[in-house]
Ligand binder design. Structure first.
Ligand SMILES: [Zn+2]
Length: 195
């Protein structure tokens, strides 16, 4: 499944929208990505996760790790495709970093694939990397549904986003869309700017 096919699925399912949106950070953006428009559709989610798993088929993945919340579904489905287990990284008490709960553990040297839905600032992926490294595991790659940083964020491991877009984000008082008087959260056109 190539990038244009993936972007087509994201757009048709209203996961990827263009307009004028307020992000959880408080910033305004011209692109909105709602991963749960994919994750709520099991048959579609299965296809997208299979495409992601195929990118790592030759990497002898032994375990898939994903962060809560959306990453749980993706890790499960990718692991199912690859025929291995999945475990889930949860926020640590106090909100700093990630931990494994529920008796989850990684044996030293295990070949781990990290997956997540969307890359925006990279914070949650960095937290998962730190957690997996603390078990002396062998991280073989990072798989994502969408990189919305336009490819700007890099890691020390092979990164495979199914699709990449460049989303602009502005402080509200610097937002050109506000200046143009475009109402916020408008979900009009489904066009998007490709990286
Ligand atoms: Zn705005």
């Amino acid at each position: 499944m190539d990038e244009s096919k993936v972007l087509g699925i994201f757009k048709e399912s209203d996961a990827l929208l263009e307009g004028h949106f307020k992000l959880t950070s408080g910033k305004h953006s011209d692109i909105y990505y709602e991963k749960f428009m994919i994750l709520k559709r099991p048959r579609l989610c299965e296809k997208v996760c299979a495409a992601l798993a195929q990118r790592f088929e030759k990497d002898k993945v032994e375990l898939v790790v994903g962060p809560t919340t959306g990453g749980v579904i993706i890790a499960y489905e990718v692991a199912r495709y690859l025929g291995v287990d999945a475990i889930y990284a949860e926020p640590a008490e106090g909100g700093k970093g990630r931990v494994f709960k529920r008796g989850f553990h990684i044996d030293e040297g295990t070949r781990v694939l990290i997956v997540d839905d969307v890359l925006t600032t990279g914070t949650s992926i960095v937290e998962v990397i730190e957690l997996v490294k603390s078990y002396k595991a062998n991280i073989v790659g990072i798989g994502l549904f969408l990189d919305r940083s336009g490819g700007k964020i890099k890691f020390d491991y092979p990164l495979q986003p199914l699709a990449t877009v460049t989303a602009n984000a502005w402080e509200p008082d610097a937002c050109p869309l506000c200046k143009k008087g475009i109402p916020i959260s408008q979900r009009g056109s489904r066009k998007f700017q490709k990286a």
